[in-house]
Design a binder for this molecule. Structure first.
Ligand code: UGA
Length: 379
């Protein structure tokens, strides 16, 4: 007989909404999402945030309610001590970049599963609320109902998880993430772990990923790939023509959903939530065009960006595979959290492009490189 999931005691409300827990441990706080989430959590009355990551460079310095710890979560004794003191553990750490799934699959499996098992076990042992960030990748290639019939949207407690064959190493990440979800679920059902699982759908915003050769190496996710191309005058590469679809969610709205679920433990514990924006379902080609247009508005002097098709094998290497379409149902988040994403892609892009231009301004622009080359050849 499954045991009911214990509910976290809520802190008395200070306003219209309950305040939620105050002592929050954020693992992976130095990444893109953490750099948006931690400052927002730190503004909450009485907050005491412990932010842990190998590097915290992206995280705004000097936040008064934040204790920064630059360390690997595998450091002996670290997790035990920090989890003991926390009311909630927000687990963000991951290697969530498709270019790694078929090139460093063992690292991906460790980062998504093996390294996180101790986090789950410690939270279970101490009955700490674990808010775990999983992924929309668990749905796999496309949305299917339990009988294998196509669905338009991916629904948390209904849609099948449809991964490709083992030879397609793209799915190492999804498989590892799915197994950890199942471990968390089992601890909740049979061991009393209070948990919430979040499946983010293509969250985008300022500070996402890295620019190759500047603050990272390899291939980042599509937004940073396209920004890199725009800023260097290279063509935007559309994998297999860019017909695949994604639904893009603004990182600010994503963080609002996380705040809501922390404020509502009664509603959110024991649940899995899709967090994405069904209204922003676009092809990758459409994303490339929209981003190029937003870029040209800020850099009208630059030459017109070019798009070019490239095969997935040439771009990612063997073992890659893709999701054809990925639209979240967010009905559960609306019902239980009162959360509905509203921002359109067109509203998000100018701020994102502006952020990349501000942070990577020293990258020579296409025009500057052409001028430099002309100068060198004496023209
Ligand atoms: C990735 C991660 O695997 C997910 O865990 C994560 O939830 C998701 O990003 C996310 O950002 O939320 P995916 O959407 O496939 O999944 O990764 P992207 O790098 O954002 O690629 C989106 C699509 O653009 C893919 O079809 C890819 O082939 C394509 N792409 C990528 C291009 O056409 N050109 C590029 O330069 C890069």
């Amino acid at each position: 007989m499954p045991r009911p999931v214990p509910r976290l005691r809520t802190v008395p409300a200070t306003g219209a909404l309950p305040a939620g827990p105050r002592r929050i441990l954020v693992l992976g706080a130095g990444g893109f999402v953490g750099s948006h989430l931690v400052p927002r959590l730190a503004r909450r009355p009485g907050a005491e945030i412990v932010a842990v990551d190998r590097t915290l460079d992206k995280l705004e310095p000097g936040l008064p309610a934040v204790r920064r710890i630059e360390a690997d979560i595998a450091k002996p004794g670290l997790l035990d001590e920090l989890i003991r003191r926390a009311e909630v553990v927000v687990s963000l750490t991951a290697l969530c970049n498709p270019a790694l799934y078929n090139t460093r699959p063992l690292d991906v499996i460790d980062a998504s599963f093996s390294d996180l098992l101790p986090v789950v076990k410690l939270c279970a042992a101490r009955s700490r609320w674990l808010v775990h960030f999983s992924t929309c990748e668990v749905y796999g290639r496309t949305a299917l109902d339990p009988r294998g019939r196509a669905m338009r949207k991916m629904v948390e407690d209904e849609t099948a998880l449809f991964l490709g064959p083992v030879q397609r190493e793209r799915w190492t990440y999804a498989a590892a993430k799915q197994l950890l979800e199942r471990v968390i679920w089992a601890h909740g059902q049979h061991g009393g772990l209070p948990f919430t699982i979040v499946r983010p759908f293509n969250v985008i915003g300022p500070r996402m990923d890295f620019i190759p050769g500047v603050d990272g190496d390899g291939i980042p996710r599509v937004l940073a790939c396209f920004m890199h191309a725009l800023m260097t005058g290279a063509p935007l590469q559309l994998v297999d023509g860019g017909r695949q679809r994604r639904s893009f969610l603004d990182v600010g709205e994503f963080v609002t959903a996380i705040e809501r679920l922390l404020e509502r433990p009664q509603a959110s514990q024991g649940q899995i939530f899709n967090l994405g924006s069904p209204r922003n379902d676009f092809t990758i080609r459409a994303l490339a065009r929209a981003l190029a247009a937003a870029y040209r508005k800020l850099r009208p002097q630059e030459p017109a960006p070019r798009l070019e098709s490239v095969s997935a094998e040439a771009f990612y290497g063997p073992g890659y595979d893709d999701t054809a379409a990925r639209i979240p149902s967010v009905a559960k988040a609306a019902r239980l959290l009162g959360w509905r994403p509203r921002r359109t892609l067109a509203e998000m892009l100018p701020e994102i492009v502006g952020d990349y231009l501000a942070r990577y301004a020293p990258i020579p622009t296409a025009r500057a490189r052409v001028a430099e080359a002309a100068g060198r050849s004496g023209r």
